[in-house]
Design a protein around this ligand. Sequence first.
Ligand code: FPP
Length: 258
Amino acid sequence: MAAQDKTPPASTPQPGAAERPLHVAIVMDGNGRWAKRRGLPRTLGHREGVEALKRTVSAAAEQDIRWLTVFGFSTENWSRPAAEVAELMALPKRYFESDIGRLEREGVRVRVIGRRAGLSPELVRIIEDAETRTARNDRFFLNIAFNYGGQADIADAARRFAEEVAAGRARPSDLDERVFASFLATAGSPPPDVIIRPSGEQRLSNFLLWEAAYAELVFQDVLWPDYGAEHLKAALAAFAARDRRYGAIVADDVLAAG
Ligand code: FPP
């Protein structure tokens, strides 16, 4: 059977106190409200969101995080007004034009996850260029979810596995959680330890649905354009205070119950 891309690193979750996360994921939310509060067009909120992304990538690397996955554009965001969609489509170009050289030099590997269908040929070229330029880097992994939806990704993965079966390269009995994960857009990344959502909203909004199975969720009352190192530190402190059980219980509790 031909597995897609790379299989995710084998990670056997160990119950216990959470320490420093290996993989942090962020729903970059609140750009529109940030702009509205200032009487500015929403587009300016999104541009400030790019600045917050730059700060957060640096802050995450300083905090010894290895994987950062951010939600830049969802499969549902196409339903926004055309002018706003156009601005959102311009954000990767804005980000890579200013930062790709630095990301490349600093050992960051960039991957853009999500459907390429629907993106303009120019945007696809910009994305592919960023991915190619950083392909050999392995100090820090930045996944940008763009035209991404968790349900769409699960459906796409199921379709790709079904195609393997139809082509005679896989059998239905080959499929388990690990094999399925290797068909997802996030294949090659460990699952997120923590998913952070600023802006006060408390939902996943179709982000990393499969991968979120045992992620800790941290919600913060700050709008994304204001996000920075101190907010990431606060989120990491909240994560460190969590007791990660992965459905298990610790041996002491078994004895106490007896
Ligand atoms: C949600 O806020 C945010 C987005 C739809 C865009 C996120 C993009 C960035 C933060 C810029 C960086 C992106 C890339 C791809 C480099 P919202 O507009 O829904 O805010 P609201 O809930 O306050 O209206």
